[in-house]
Design a protein around this ligand. Sequence first.
Ligand SMILES: [Fe+2]
Ligand SMILES: [Fe+2]
Length: 245
Amino acid sequence: MIVLAHLSDLHLDAGERSQARAARVFAYLDGLRDEIDAVLVTGDLADHGLAEEYNTVAKFFGGRPLHCPGNHDARGPYREVLLGEPASEEPINQVHRVGGAVFALCDSTIPGRDDGHLDDETLAWLESVLTGAAGAPVFVCFHHPPVDLHIPYVDGIRQSGEDRLAALLSRHPNVVAILCGHAHTAAASTFAGLPLLVAPGVVSTILLPWESEQVVDLAAPPAIAFHVLADDGRLTTHYRVIPAG
Ligand SMILES: [Fe+2]
Ligand SMILES: [Fe+2]
């Protein structure tokens, strides 16, 4: 069994608000009764993609989480500070193995834009990861949902070109689920016949159009997802609001 905490959209900046909310989530994770297998953060780690913001991200992460970039991130400083690599504008694609599962962390960002896309280089990389996984369960992770979530603001900046991804996934039955963020709301859907699970936002919550005319709720508490992959391959997701310390 693999237990994964999935959080997203920390939007860390120089302000107290974002840092207090991130601190609340990481204190909660630190206080869990049992050690879990992995922590995943699906993008928008920093709010403005600044090197000093990634220093703050690194302070909270302490090297623990798996992560991928979002539209508020910037590839150069992200690489230098979080990955210890020279700055470059190439997509940040990473693969990690945790407890027998493979995490394909894809860069769905388009530098300078809020919407997303997996470019041909990233799709070719993902194909090689899925082939190389040799039957091991794979979580495909990126920031931008590749489907409409029925929130006009989010749907307007979602991932496009998703037919190419669906075709690729159809060739690899070892993919367990797609994990993403960006929508700042806990959501579950499907894509290419697979579970598509959206982590809520740590920094804020985007409201549903039938809830309010207001788009963003800054007062709603941060929340995260726990994904449990059982030995028989079945995936269960729990969403958890993080209580105030
Ligand atoms: Fe975000
Ligand atoms: Fe985003």
